[in-house]
Design a protein around this ligand. Structure first.
Ligand code: B4P
Length: 192
């Protein structure tokens, strides 16, 4: 079973690369950002709570995202593997994910981090904001807040997987296909 964590700051290319990875490896894609945006679109209480935080570039509480992932793992118990996109974003989420996967008799194969500098991230997100309509992509201050949240709360998650010997990093700058090939190489190495 292949369980991949795709890691990196906002705009690093996690969602973009996930699209190709799910096709090649037949994985179930679990993006907490997409799951939260579905809750917002459906107008649920959870969505309302999440929207206020997301629009300010803040992380949503751990309990909320862990609960969503828990339900998705149960719903997809027969899946051949998962790609976790935008999750875990805190060490508490990483610990919870390990515990949930252990209940399903599996674990994380590897984390692959996409490395992109702040200037390029900001450029990409502002471009996406023009067409996506995502409030958190429209304004440089909010994008800056998202990158700060990443540096403060999410970057330490890399150490969590490094300690388990399950971490690889690649440059997320370059052609989408070129980056995809580098990710596939890392996956194949992790599966040896
Ligand atoms: P996400 O939906 O995860 O938002 P993201 O990090 O911006 O997406 P991603 O990184 O996948 O975008 P991509 O680079 O593919 O989260 C949104 C918010 O939800 C968070 O701020 C937080 O509030 C909340 N949230 C989500 N998960 C949470 C969790 N676990 N805990 C707490 N809160 C959580 O795309 C960016 C742009 O770059 C695209 O336009 C793409 O076309 C472009 N791009 C991609 N690759 C490129 C390349 N190689 N070259 C040039 N452009 C490229």
């Amino acid at each position: 079973m292949l369980n991949l964590v795709l890691f990196g700051p906002p705009g690093a290319g996690k969602g973009t690369q996930s699209e190709s990875l799910i096709k090649k490896y037949h994985l179930v894609h679990l993006s907490t950002g997409d799951l939260l945006r579905s809750q917002i679109a459906a107008g649920t209480a959870l969505g309302l709570q999440a929207k206020t935080l997301m629009d300010q570039g803040m992380l949503v509480p751990d309990e909320v995202v862990i609960g969503m992932i828990e339900s998705k793992l149960t719903e997809n118990a027969a899946a051949p593997g998962f790609i976790f996109d935008g999750f875990p974003r805190t060490v508490k989420q990483a610990e919870a994910l390990d515990a949930l996967l252990a209940q399903h008799g599996t674990n994380i194969t590897t984390m692959i981090a996409l490395v992109v500098d702040r200037e390029e991230l900001t450029r990409r997100l502002l471009i996406r904001g023009i067409s996506s309509g995502r409030p958190d992509d429209q304004n440089e201050t909010i994008i800056g807040q998202r990158i700060t949240e990443y540096n403060d709360k999410t970057a330490p998650v890399a150490d969590y997987y490094k300690q388990q010997g399950k971490f690889a990093a690649i440059s997320g700058v370059g052609g989408i296909d070129e980056i995809f090939a580098l990710i596939c190489e890392k996956i194949e190495l992790a599966q040896l």
